[in-house]
Design a protein around this ligand. Structure first.
Ligand SMILES: NC(=O)c1ccc[n+]([C@@H]2O[C@H](COP(=O)([O-])OP(=O)(O)OC[C@H]3O[C@@H](n4cnc5c(N)ncnc54)[C@H](O)[C@@H]3O)[C@@H](O)[C@H]2O)c1
Length: 359
């Protein structure tokens, strides 16, 4: 196998939870450089995932200068996604950048333009597209089995799971709270299934209602209200140019039992689908309503439970094959750009109380 040499920038939660283990499992890349502004994190990652000759940096600019590196993983807080990715592409590297693509539409647009200008591959870490249920539903959609999808919901709702590590509560670092953090996954999944990237108008409501409370029962421990400078929930009503409607719900803390994350509900003229209890396809056949639940594990055989390939392993393989074999990306930067554009419009509408129209 043609192992390609890569550098990892940002050695925190998502690096250690997703990309570094996936790179190790797939074995198709060699990590030759690790960078984190906290040097110990880069050193620890090198120890676990690198070879003894791997280099450690605290400045991404030094890493992207290195001639032998073909691709870079940008796994830092949202604020730096755009400028690090752009610097990496301009230095001739392909880029896997974590979600959300950028804090602003302007920044995301510059990323897309740089990818075009340099001819480098740019993709965004929307690994939920690679889940077994998502892959199956995408094929259902592509086959036209749902008909015209004219109503959809993008679900990103937690009761009390505010991330209390890193800089997630910091507006300046992240550009927002649950909407940009987890709403981005749900919206990406929904637009991809609908294959519809043409928004017409967006209305948004953005709230900071529970952030000052204490004894919160939060899954990740108590947060500090003083540090909580982002919203705790946000809701968007998105009308597409073809008349379709999407409701986007995003929250880290909401008084509801209706919790769902990185999921979509689609309602079409022929059938519908949701991910609320595994993947379910609903419709009417022979004058009767039906619900289908595909078995996505293909298990049920003695001593064989069946297992789907991990989403992050497929994500990593797709990136590798785009670089080495010129295969088509699944998460295209132009698609992530529209996600960013809609999220920004929801924030703007929440601030102004007015709808945001797109040309
Ligand atoms: N795909 C997913 O489902 C998913 C899940 C979690 C996080 N993320 C994304 O990953 C990114 C990082 O989140 P995290 O949970 O790993 O945060 P984290 O705080 O755990 O890790 C970020 C790391 O980046 C380092 N860093 C910050 N600025 C840097 C810079 N300029 N150069 C080099 N290193 C820098 C920090 O020191 C830290 O170690 C965020 O954009 C987040 O949205 C994606």
């Amino acid at each position: 196998m043609n192992k390609i040499k890569v550098g990892v920038i940002g050695c925190g939660g998502i690096a250690n939870g997703k990309h570094l283990p996936a790179i190790k499992r797939n074995g198709n890349m060699k990590i030759v450089a690790f960078c984190d502004i906290i040097k110990e994190r880069a050193e620890k990652a090198k120890k676990e995932y690198g070879t003894s000759d791997a280099r450690v940096y605290t400045d991404y600019k030094e890493l992207v200068k290195e001639k032998d590196i073909q691709a870079v993983y940008v796994l830092t807080p949202n604020k730096s996604h755009a400028y690090i990715s752009i610097a990496a592409m301009e230095a001739g590297k392909h880029v896997m950048c974590e979600k959300p693509m950028a804090k602003t539409y302007e920044d995301a647009k510059k990323m897309v333009e740089t990818a075009k200008k340099t001819g480098k591959i740019l993709t965004i870490g929307y690994q939920n597209r690679f889940r077994a249920d998502s892959g199956y539903l995408k094929r259902v959609c592509e086959n036209g089995e749902l008909g015209e999808v004219y109503y959809a919901k993008a679900h990103a709702i937690r009761r009390r799971a505010v991330p209390t590590w890193g800089v997630f509560l910091n507006e300046e670092e992240q550009g927002g709270g649950p909407l940009i953090d987890i709403g981005t996954h749900a919206l990406d999944l929904t637009l991809w299934m609908m294959n519809n990237y043409e928004p017409e108008v967006v209305m948004g409501s953005v709230y900071r209602k529970l952030a000052d409370q204490t004894e919160t029962g939060n899954a990740f421990g108590e947060w500090d209200p003083k540090e909580f400078t982002v919203e705790d929930s946000a809701f968007g009503f998105i009308k597409m140019k073809n008349g379709a409607t999407i409701n986007l719900e995003a929250s880290w803390a909401l008084n509801t039992l209706d919790v769902d994350e990185a999921k979509t509900t689609l309602c079409g003229t022929k059938a519908g689908a949701d991910m609320k209890d595994g993947l379910r396809i609903n419709g009417v056949k022979y004058n009767k309503q039906y619900v289908e639940k595909p078995d996505l594990n293909s298990g049920g055989v003695a001593f064989y439970e069946g297992e789907s390939e991990k989403a992050e392993d497929i994500e990593q393989k797709v990136f590798y094959e785009a670089i080495t074999k010129g295969k088509e990306l699944v998460v295209k930067p132009e698609q992530a750009l529209v996600v960013t554009q809609i999220l920004e419009a929801i924030y703007e509408s929440g601030r102004t109380g007015k709808p945001v129209y797109f040309n």
